[in-house]
Design a protein around this ligand. Structure first.
Ligand SMILES: NC(=O)c1ccc[n+]([C@@H]2O[C@H](COP(=O)([O-])OP(=O)(O)OC[C@H]3O[C@@H](n4cnc5c(N)ncnc54)[C@H](OP(=O)(O)O)[C@@H]3O)[C@@H](O)[C@H]2O)c1
Length: 304
């Protein structure tokens, strides 16, 4: 099978290699990959070396189960699945992957395999921020940074689904799109500084790293969560000064939450959006495009 390997650091050094189809353990399934979701951590990991110098890139997949181990209970051969695979191992940019079933959920029946590959990490990150950390509830005023990004689109839709009042930050080209997803207010960050126009906000979901501005707009006791630049700690002095709660987190692959998200998608409460589908032969272009940071929704890789 073909797989995309990191080979020393940097996007330019990745290469397609032919390797054996992986053997599965008793608690694993073998998945024939239909589509792969490109995440910012794919290129960031290549540049930082955090996953080593030689590994198969990526985590997010959709595909069909070809083999099952003897201890697998939730899936059978032929099932269509999605998942964010073991983050520490990576391994998704391949024609086949072996995965423990705990990383997998059923593919939503009403989306294509390409759309399905857009779901795992982005939606789980949004779910864990909006519900587990911010605890967003009906009528709260919530700011979503980078609302047209892969994570932001889900965060916006989850917050709207709870009945929150959503203020979305994006640029002009995405304004109509973001309104169509139900945003109550849209701020174009290229023209307006949100910290100058907002106040008494209950919660901020930040994928850009604007905590100092976010703290200014939060009410006392308001909540902030950030998902980028995890190695840079949030200033405890600022937290105390503004009397807010604030944290950052790395998402966790979680099949229980992913099944809930699948149900919302099948119930047409949440939609999935793709920016661009790249062939696996264009993998370097896909990672460079992702790195530019102006996608609307998810970028996807497919084997021809
Ligand atoms: N902690 C975790 O577990 C976790 C998980 C997933 C992702 N992340 C991180 O979260 C960030 C977002 O991920 P993603 O997948 O959503 O990325 P993405 O899809 O590449 O985000 C692109 C979006 O960001 C917007 N954007 C760029 N600069 C902006 C700015 N200054 N202000 C407001 N919006 C801006 C763009 O809007 P315009 O085109 O309108 O400029 C675009 O819609 C990345 O840093 C990623 O590494 C963290």
């Amino acid at each position: 099978m073909k797989a995309i390997f990191a080979n020393k650091r940097g996007i330019e050094n990745i290469e397609i290699r032919d390797i054996a189809i992986p053997k599965i353990k008793q608690n694993e399934v073998l998945i024939k990959i239909k589509a792969i979701g490109v995440n910012p951590v794919d290129w960031k990991g290549l540049e930082s070396g955090e996953f080593g110098d030689s590994y198969i890139l990526g985590t997010d997949i959709s595909g069909v189960i070809e083999k099952i181990g003897s201890e697998v209970t939730r899936f059978k051969i032929g099932d269509a699945v999605i998942g964010s695979l073991d983050f520490n191992k990576q391994g998704a940019y391949a024609e086949f992957v072996a995965s423990e079933e705990k990383f997998l959920a059923s593919k939503p029946k009403n989306v294509t395999f390409q759309e399905a590959a857009a779901i795992p990490m982005s939606s789980l990150t949004a779910w864990q921020g909006i519900f587990d950390t911010l605890g967003v509830v009906r009528n709260e005023k919530v700011v979503i940074q980078a609302a047209a990004g892969a994570v932001g689109i889900f965060a916006l839709q989850f917050a709207k689904w709870t009945g929150a009042f959503v203020i979305a930050i994006t640029s002009e080209k995405n304004t109509a799109f973001i309104r169509s997803l139900g945003a109550d207010m849209v701020i174009d960050y290229t023209k307006i500084d949100f910290s100058e126009v907002l106040e008494h906000i209950d919660a901020v979901f930040d994928s850009v790293e604007t905590e100092a501005k976010a703290f200014k707009v939060l009410k006392k006791g308001g909540k902030y969560v950030g998902i980028s630049s995890l190695s840079t700690p949030i200033s405890e002095t600022l937290i105390a000064q503004y009397d807010v709660s604030a944290s950052k987190y790395l998402f966790q692959s979680n099949n229980v939450q992913l099944e809930k998200i699948v149900a919302l998608i099948e119930g047409e409460k949440v939609k999935v959006f793709i920016d661009t589908v790249f062939s696996i032969t264009e993998v370097k272009e896909a990672l460079k495009y992702q790195k530019r940071g102006h996608s609307r929704g998810k970028n996807i890789l497919v084997f021809d």
